[in-house]
Design a protein around this ligand. Structure first.
Ligand code: SF4
Ligand code: NI
Ligand code: NI
Length: 707
């Protein structure tokens, strides 16, 4: 048999199974029975992306299978093998969608099955920043459970997103290895067909971020090959079905590494008999580079641990700024005042603290450098959250003096002590901000009297001063804005214009962040945009801004306004925190945040609203934006401002209430504006919404018609 014959035979097997399953389902439920994956706006994403057709019923699924059959040509040629690989993947998607009939939840912990659109949008920023340098798909069972877990751990400690299919899942369970989306090890399912759920992620990334048009199969394969850094590790024994799936992976540009002595295809099907070398072989095959920062701590440090949760019972000690005096602080000093890499502890160490107790902590990071500016202090400080979370067995929430940190018993037992917090902060600040920081020292206070002093006498006055500075940071008050093109790795024509009152839509890049990024890397993703030649102040349009977006979008975008959702609105890449859309009946807009899974009065969920825009294309009436932008005086200023907001999920409303109420008071003299805004507990349809707004006298009702 040739490799082609193996692929064809695997493809035929899966096709036969799929046909049988669809026929049985039609017999049982009827051809009109609805089918869908949960929480996606892309129907059967793989089939939709390849053919441009959405499938909504069993009858349509049967027709779709006929289309799949046309891909299954049988010449002994590479293209035939690739297309049969794709056909196999599509069949797997059909088999999987059948599992979700009648709103069933076919996957049980630890397996995830289908992943929601929101998960893919969340991956946008870490993928572009390189925090997630790649995506590994591990299939089957390793020769021993230990080798399997070691492989998973090796990827995890490099920040690579790991997905598991089949026997490897049992091997992780057997050794008690923690899995879950929060630690970036995602067991998909035990059947080989569940591998489609990671393919579906890659395919939707192309639709969401890449502006790939459904039906453009060639464009899709080019996109995944060039921009999705995924690869497959398939353990022996390989059967023809796995080989056929592998052909599909290769067609998308994902190399397959296996320990089975089988056919070899240069750069695509690679035999590596030694499982301990899978990691190195895979990274080389996919050309993935890992950023390494050497940090002198006794536990692992990787972005995969960012979402790790430490329960009360597992914690050695907790530092809790809501109960006792805590703070984290960056201060600029003169070089002569700093001894580089000096780490000082003032107060008791962790081993002197009762197990499970609440303690105070303040850590002050002092930096010096010729190009250091005090404006960068909060930029560094905001990164501490992510740095400390990356420590295995450490959890950090909050910022400034409202921080909470937990250290797990395991991490303590591995030897982690207070000074290691200093080591982490030192190493990260020195490596990430090398361009502006020449010297850095860290002082950690755990003595409670000292913590009270540092918090109240040093930190609070400084925070107050910074807040004053932030309040004076208005779009009018600065001379330049910044571009951000970080997301072009996935959205080739998307440009964010970042201003003091409008942060990047991902929520992670403020004007100060962009300024710092520009300072650190003058040729990097954030460039200065002047604003000397206004065209229309009302919508916030400038000749210089237009020239900049034309240049940075390589001509894809002509002109952009900063303050309008209707006229030349800013584009979206896809990783926005919120999406805002016009609700015609109430003459206002509804906003949904990514975490919100329910319905909006527009008649669409977050995923559906989000699918209306993205890929760097302008879509009047829809706007992706950061949470912080909601309370900005520039939010839809051209259409009348925040008074247009008629609906938000309750949780989001609570998050923004204080600032939004203040803005509404200042702009319109309205008290407690958030009380006029409906949420899902009040209305999920336009009529109920309207009745509520009328009852509250919401200002949008009397504003000029939006459309
Ligand atoms: Fe992406 Fe815009 Fe955020 Fe930059 S500011 S990372 S381009 S979403
Ligand atoms: Ni106090
Ligand atoms: Ni993005």
């Amino acid at each position: 048999m040739t490799l082609f014959d193996v692929v064809f035979s695997g493809n035929d097997t899966v096709y036969g199974l799929t046909e049988g399953a669809i026929d049985a389902a039609i017999e049982k439920h009827g051809a009109d029975k609805a089918i869908a994956f949960p929480d996606t706006a892309y129907s059967l994403p793989c089939y939709y992306a390849v053919t441009g057709t959405k499938v909504a019923t069993l009858g349509q699924l049967k027709e779709a299978l006929g289309v799949v059959k046309t891909l299954m040509t049988r010449e002994q040629k590479l293209n035939d093998a690739f297309m049969s690989g794709i056909a196999t993947a599509l069949c797997a998607e059909f088999i999987e969608v059948l599992k979700y009939i009648d709103g069933a939840a076919p996957y049980e912990a630890p397996c995830y099955g289908h992943l929601a659109d929101a998960v893919i949008r969340e991956l946008g920023v870490p993928l572009v920043t390189g925090d997630i340098p790649g995506v590994a798909v591990i299939l089957g069972a390793a020769p021993t459970a230990q080798e399997g877990v070691d492989l998973v751990k090796s990827y995890q400690s490099q920040g690579i997103l790991v997905t598991l299919v089949g026997g490897i899942i049992d091997q992780c369970e057997e050794l008690g290895y923690k899995t879950g989306a929060n630690v970036r090890v995602i067991p998909l399912g035990k059947d080989v067909t569940s591998v489609i759920h990671v393919v579906s992620v890659a395919v939707r990334a192309a639709l969401i971020f890449g502006n790939i048009q459904p039906g453009d199969a060639a464009g899709l394969m080019k996109y995944t090959m060039e921009r999705v850094p995924a690869f497959v590790n398939a353990f022996a024994p390989l059967d023809p079905v796995i080989v056929a799936c592998g052909a599909g992976a290769i067609a998308l540009g994902f190399p397959v590494i296996t320990n089975e002595d089988t056919f070899k295809v240069p750069k695509s099907l690679i035999v590596q008999p030694d499982v301990s070398k899978f990691n190195a072989t895979s990274l080389e095959a996919r050309d993935i580079k890992i950023k390494i920062t050497n940090i002198d701590i006794p536990v692992a440090f990787a972005s995969a641990f960012e979402g790790e949760i430490i329960r009360r019972g597992d914690m050695q000690v907790e530092f809790d700024g809501s109960r006792v005096d805590c703070c984290e602080l960056v201060m600029t000093k003169d070089a002569s005042e700093i001894e580089d890499h000096k780490i000082t502890l003032v107060g008791p160490d962790i081993d002197e603290m009762p197990v499970g107790s609440k303690q105070s902590i303040c850590y002050v990071v002092e930096v010096a450098g010729k190009s250091m500016q005090s404006d960068f202090e909060p930029v560094f400080e905001r990164k501490f959250h992510s740095y400390l979370n990356c420590v295995e067995g450490m959890m950090h929430t909050g910022q400034r003096d409202m921080i909470r940190i937990r250290v797990s018993k395991e991490t303590f037992e591995a030897g982690f002590r207070a000074k290691h917090i200093g080591e982490v902060l030192y190493a990260k600040v020195k490596s990430e901000f090398a361009a502006v920081v020449d010297k850095c020292q860290v002082t950690i206070y755990t003595d409670s009297a000292e913590c009270t002093r540092v918090r109240h006498e040093v930190a609070m006055p400084l925070f107050d001063k910074r807040d004053e500075r932030l309040n004076t940071l208005t779009d009018e008050g600065v001379d330049v804005y910044y571009s951000c093109i970080m997301c072009q790795a996935f959205s080739p024509s998307h440009v964010c214009v970042v201003t003091p009152e409008r942060l990047g839509l991902c929520g992670a890049v403020s004007w100060l962040d962009a300024k710092a990024t520009n300072e650190l890397d003058p040729q990097g993703p954030c460039q200065v945009i002047t604003k000397e030649r206004p065209i229309d102040e009302r919508i916030g349009e400038y000749e210089d801004v237009n020239e900049a977006v034309q240049k940075f979008s390589q001509g894809a975008l002509e002109d952009v306004s900063l303050y309008s959702i209707i006229e030349k609105p800013m584009t979206s890449c896809g990783c926005f925190e919120c999406i805002c859309g016009i609700e015609p009946l109430s003459n206002g807009v509804c906003i949904a945040n990514r975490e919100y899974a329910g319905m909006t009065p527009i008649g669409m969920t977050f995923s559906e609203l989000a699918s209306m825009t993205g890929g760097g294309v302008q879509t009047p009436g829809f706007m992706g934006h950061g949470k912080h932008f909601i309370a900005s005086k520039k939010f839809m200023k051209a259409e009348g401002g925040v008074a247009r907001i008629v609906w938000m999920p309750k949780e989001l409303k609570e998050q923004v209430a204080e600032r939004l109420n203040a803005t509404a008071k200042e702009l319109y003299g309205i008290d407690n504006f958030c009380d006029m805004i409906a949420d899902e507990t009040i209305a999920e349809d336009p009529e109920t919404l309207l009745a509520y707004l009328e009852e509250k006298g919401h200002p949008a009702l009397t504003m000029e018609p939006m459309m």
